[in-house]
Structures are given as structure tokens and as C-alpha cells.
Design a protein around this ligand. Structure first.
Ligand SMILES: Nc1nc2c(c(=O)[nH]1)N[C@H]1C(S)=C(S)[C@@H](COP(=O)(O)O)O[C@H]1N2
Ligand SMILES: [Mo]
Length: 334
């Protein structure tokens, strides 16, 4: 039961770490995530005894012994890649990053745990919830926190590459040097071929205005950090046109509508609150150079304070809509 609870906490804080924008909040969430992961390490010897006992008996529950062993191995892989990423071993190795393995294996663990728990119907016993249970949980959390602080201090002392991470846990890659900044897709998107002569950006708020590439260059700029959930960040000077300015100059200041849909040529999309329009930028240039195709040319969204998956590339449509921004899947689907 303890292991399940810690696993649940690790998973929930992992998802939250990707969804949280505020720097102060994400610092807490990422710390909880790290501590929960290290608590799983502390539970490993105890869990190993149970698995060994389970192996001695015949397989019980759904999947039985095979599932137990696979689950244990996968959890170790998730925790191992988490630690590896934290101390700077970010990859990619053989084409996959440490974070991709971490998240991929964690999703499989989540599915296996659900099946496993289902098969066993194990209810919490009274001792789990009593005073002794609380004391044990406290000792475990304390142990995890101690281990976590120790790794943070150690990383700082020997100046491992992991020591200068952002609050999100991301490592610096290519600040002020977009050529060195990774080109990243969320899941399955790929860099589209864009015919600059025929490209149109549609701006829609009641009426529709279509802009060509030459209409997009603007003189608004912002210095902002692109922080990918893949585990890297870069701070750049972005230049283009602010969304509130773009709306005012094309379709006019919106009289109603709560959100802005930002849709890529590829179909990738995010919905943001209209109240944020003045801090959002449609960028055509980064570090005083035109955007590269991989980084979103001819035009991409810059969403300061939001994780990378909000920064829609190859934007083809901006639409003011009445639906609230949170009425969308929490993460992109492609
Ligand atoms: N159209 C589209 N835009 C996208 C993505 C994508 O897959 N498709 N990935 C997002 C993610 S997850 C990140 S971190 C940034 C990466 O931007 P970069 O490739 O310029 O570094 O783009 C975002 N914009
Ligand atoms: Mo990302």
C-alpha cells in the first residue's frame, strides 16, 4: 500500500510538473516529485522481499508473478532515468532522450499498476491508516527528503551539469544561440514544407483577415524562456507582433470571446486565455535572425511563463472563441 501511494504521488506530481507554469509552484511540485521518486528507492528492498515471497507462491492476481517482476523493473527504470536526468545525463542515447524513456516507462507503469491493483482487490488494512502507519509514512517521507537534499547539495558541490537547472528541472541548451537550441516536437508532429509565397495566416474574430508572410514582421519583442518538458530550456530575444496588437490591427479589438485558439499548419493546437493576449507574441525572428523552419518559420507563438508545448510553431490560424481556455485536453494530442 505504501508503495502504491508513493507511486501515485510521484505520478500526480510528474503530470503537474508539466502542467504548472508558475515558477514558485513548479519548484515545489518538482521537489515533491523528486522526493517521491527517492522514497520509491527507499522502498525497493522491502518491495523486493514481497516480490520474492510472491514468486515463491504461485502467481496470484492479474498477470501474477510476471507482472510483479516487470513492474518492479519498470519502476526502477523510471526512477533511474529520473535521477540520471536530474544529474545531467539527458541524452539522447540511440535517438531517445532520458526524459522520453522516463515518461514512456512511467505511463506503462501507470497502466500496469491499475491492472495489478484491479486483479488483487487489496483494501487498506487498519494498520495502514493508524498511528503506526502515519509514523512510518513520516519516516519514509523524511528519508526521501533527506536523500533528495543530499543529491541536490552533492550536485552543487561537485558542480555536476545538473546543478544549474531551472525550477522545472530543465537544463540550459542554446540560450542566445538558436542554432544550438534543440528542435523539438511534442509527440508525432513533423516540420512541414511551407510555400512562403502561398502561406497565409488567418486571423479570425467574427470576420477573417488573411495575412501573407511579408505582413508578419513586427517590432514587438520579448526576452523569454522556452522550457520544454523534454528537459531543456533556452532564453532568447524573440521579435514579431504581440497578439493584442495583431488583433487590433486586423480584425479589431475583440468585443467578446474568452480565448484564443492558436492552430498550426500541421493541426497541432493550443487554446489560451484572451486576457493573456498582451504577453503573447507571434514571432518571426529569434536572436535577431529569421526563425529557422524547425523552430517554426514563418511564424510561431511565444508564450512567456508557459511550458514549451504551448509555443505553437508554424501558426496558420489565430481565432478568438467564446469557449474557456481550459476546455481542451491538458496536453496536445499530436
Ligand atoms: N506545431 C507544433 N508546434 C509545437 C510542437 C509541435 O509538436 N508541433 N511542439 C511544442 C514543444 S513540446 C516545444 S518544447 C516547442 C519546441 O520549440 P523548438 O523546436 O523551436 O525548440 O515547440 C512547441 N510547438
Ligand atoms: Mo516540449
Amino acid at each position: 500500500m505504501a508503495a502504491l501511494a508513493v507511486l501515485g504521488l510521484a505520478m500526480a506530481s510528474g503530470v503537474l510538473a508539466f502542467a504548472t507554469g508558475s515558477e514558485a509552484a513548479v519548484r515545489v511540485v518538482v521537489a515533491v516529485h523528486g522526493i517521491a521518486g527517492l522514497c520509491l528507492v527507499l522502498l525497493t528492498p522491502w518491495k523486493a522481499v514481497i516480490v520474492r515471497r510472491g514468486l515463491a507462491k504461485a502467481g496470484r492476481g492479474l498477470g501474477g508473478r510476471g507482472a510483479s517482476v516487470a513492474l518492479g523493473a519498470l519502476v526502477l527504470l523510471v526512477v533511474g532515468t529520473g535521477i540520471a536526468h536530474a544529474v545531467g545525463a539527458t541524452g539522447p542515447y540511440l535517438g531517445v532522450t532520458t526524459m522520453q524513456v522516463h515518461v514512456g516507462a512511467a505511463i506503462v507503469v501507470g497502466v500496469l499498476v491499475l491492472l495489478h491493483a484491479w486483479g488483487r482487490h487489496q483494501r487498506p488494512r487498519h494498520s495502514d491508516l493508524g498511528r503506526r502507519g502515519l509514523l512510518r509514512a513520516g519516516a519514509l517521507a523524511g528519508g526521501g527528503a533527506l536523500l533528495w537534499s543530499a543529491t541536490e547539495v552533492a550536485a552543487g558541490a561537485v558542480s555536476l551539469p545538473g546543478a544549474d537547472r531551472r525550477a522545472t528541472g530543465s537544463h540550459e541548451r542554446g540560450t542566445d544561440d538558436p542554432v544550438r537550441m534543440p528542435v523539438t516536437q511534442w509527440l508525432s508532429d513533423s516540420v512541414p514544407a511551407v510555400d512562403a509565397a502561398r502561406f497565409r495566416l488567418e486571423v479570425i474574430a467574427g470576420r477573417t483577415v488573411a495575412l501573407g508572410v511579408s505582413d508578419l514582421d513586427g517590432s514587438d519583442s520579448v526576452r523569454a524562456v522556452l522550457d520544454c518538458t523534454g528537459g531543456w530550456y533556452a532564453e532568447q530575444d524573440w521579435r514579431g507582433v504581440r497578439l493584442d496588437h495583431l488583433l487590433a490591427e486586423t480584425v479589431g479589438v475583440p468585443e467578446h470571446g474568452r480565448s484564443i485558439d492558436v492552430v498550426s499548419l500541421t493541426g497541432y493546437r493550443r487554446r489560451l486565455p484572451l486576457t493573456e493576449a498582451s504577453s503573447l507574441l507571434l514571432a518571426t525572428s529569434v536572436a535577431a535572425r529569421p526563425l529557422s523552419r524547425g523552430h517554426g518559420a514563418p511564424v510561431r507563438l511565444v508564450a512567456p511563463g508557459r511550458r514549451g508545448f504551448w509555443w505553437v510553431k508554424w501558426v496558420a490560424r489565430i481565432e478568438v472563441v467564446d469557449a474557456p481556455w481550459w476546455l481542451q485536453p491538458p496536453f496536445p494530442g499530436q
